[in-house]
Design a protein around this ligand. Structure first.
Ligand code: ASP
Length: 409
């Protein structure tokens, strides 16, 4: 029997407050411009408080998730289907981005000379498959923790979780302690969430303000208007597609969307899916998603499943290609589909990580890496939009995977 969904009045009030905070942030950043940078520290403080919890939360949540799922067939099936789901939805988002870029042709007629790229971005080399595989394991776990590398921590936590389940009595003692740690961290998430209206306000107002206010922002957007239009249209369509997936494959619906709103606004405010993870887990719990699926799928998904980034990277590569040398031929489009799908998985859940990934794909299809300069000015804004879709994709993913653990609970 799935847990009953209870949305309390205080949760509702918090949601309205966050929504109001985001709107007020847009209004103040728009009107007061650079002056709003003075509240930037408040946003950073809020983000740091959330980031403080990410690593212990990922470790505790995966170990405790595996502990309640068990280490046998059910975990294997959940893991396999989750990875398949991530791959299919990422490839779907890339295909949508490519289709829109072919239809709209955002780069036709754009002028590449107007823009240039910072040397450190343009100098990014290609990442090879062995490099990606090696990044999964860190020889020094403490170094990985200190540097905030999530993938090695996830791999270690999965192995530790499985080991604890298989060693029997001794494992149960530690697993119970980790369950307690997980609950305590979620309690801390709740406390920090009370500051989210102010945090989201400050993050948005300071960032919009730093572009010079509303008019300057609008000028920047208009300079690459068709590109922005293509990306935003794609993200909106993909958001709706994921909602349809949610309705078709799960027992969830509108209230799930409502409960996710806090995380989505937070994703927009922070431009970081990693920083949104604590709130995303809370949103899933509020919607009554089975906590075993949540604890396993969300930390994994936040690190490797980025539908919004995938779509943005695909449109970005097409835009740069169209600007420099005309549209890509069919063979190149095939290469873009495969490389973007894989590269999106390697994109970190931090602000503007896609820019680095785009350079990797550009190199793979022999396009000039400086092309990235075309996308820089508006990227802070598109980053927020794609991060929102990244988080939504993972919340929906957790709800879909719930069906894999609930049968025979
Ligand atoms: N900012 C994105 C995220 O955190 C990654 C990116 O596309 O740049 O999910």
């Amino acid at each position: 029997m799935p847990p009953r969904v209870v949305v309390s009045h205080s949760q509702n009030r918090l949601l309205y407050a966050i929504f109001f905070g985001a709107l007020a942030g847009i209004a103040c950043g728009w009107i007061f411009g650079p002056a709003m940078q003075s509240v930037g520290w408040l946003g950073e403080l809020f983000l740091d408080a959330l980031k403080m919890l990410i690593i212990p939360l990922i470790g505790a949540s995966i170990v405790s998730g595996i502990n309640s799922i068990g280490a046998g067939y059910r975990l294997g099936r959940l893991g396999g289907i989750t990875v398949l789901y991530f791959l299919v939805t990422t490839a779907g988002a890339v295909l949508l981005g490519m289709t829109l870029a072919n239809l709209v042709q955002p780069g036709a007629g754009a002028n590449a000379r107007q823009f240039s790229a910072p040397a450190e971005l343009a100098a990014q080399g290609a990442t090879t498959l062995p490099e990606i595989l090696r990044s999964l394991i860190s020889p020094n776990l403490f170094a990985a923790v200190a540097e905030g590398q999530l993938l090695p921590i996830i791999v270690f936590s999965i192995l530790l979780g499985i080991a604890l389940v298989t060693i029997g009595e001794h494992g149960r003692v530690l697993a119970a302690a980790v369950n307690g740690l997980n609950e305590a961290i979620m309690k801390m998430v709740m406390w920090i969430m009370y500051f989210s209206p102010a945090g989201v306000f400050a993050l948005i107002a300071a960032r919009l303000g730093s572009t010079g206010g509303g008019e300057a922002f609008w000028r920047e957007l208009s300079a690459v208007g068709l590109f922005v239009f293509t990306v935003i249209t794609g993200l909106v369509i993909w958001f709706v597609v994921l909602f349809a997936v949610l309705r078709l494959l799960t027992r969830h619906g509108q209230s799930f969307l409502l409960n996710s709103a806090q995380s989505l606004i937070m994703a927009f405010g922070s431009a970081s899916s990693s920083a949104t993870l604590p709130l995303a887990i809370q949103s899933g719990l509020d919607s009554g998603v089975d906590d075993r699926a949540l604890k396993f799928v969300l930390p994994l998904g936040i690190s490797v499943n980025k539908n919004g980034s995938a779509l943005h990277i695909a449109v970005g590569v097409f835009y740069i290609a169209q600007t420099y040398s005309g549209n890509l031929d069919l063979a190149q489009q095939g290469i873009v589909l495969v490389t973007v799908t894989l590269a999106a998985i390697a994109t970190a859940g931090i602000p503007q990580a896609s820019l680095v990934t785009i350079v990797i794909v550009l190199t793979a299809v022999n396009l000039p890496a400086e092309g990235i300069g075309l996308l820089l000015a508006v990227d802070w804004f598109l980053d927020r939009a794609r991060t929102t879709v990244n988080v939504w994709g993972n919340l929906v993913g957790a709800a879909v995977m719930e069906t894999q653990v609930t049968d025979g609970r």
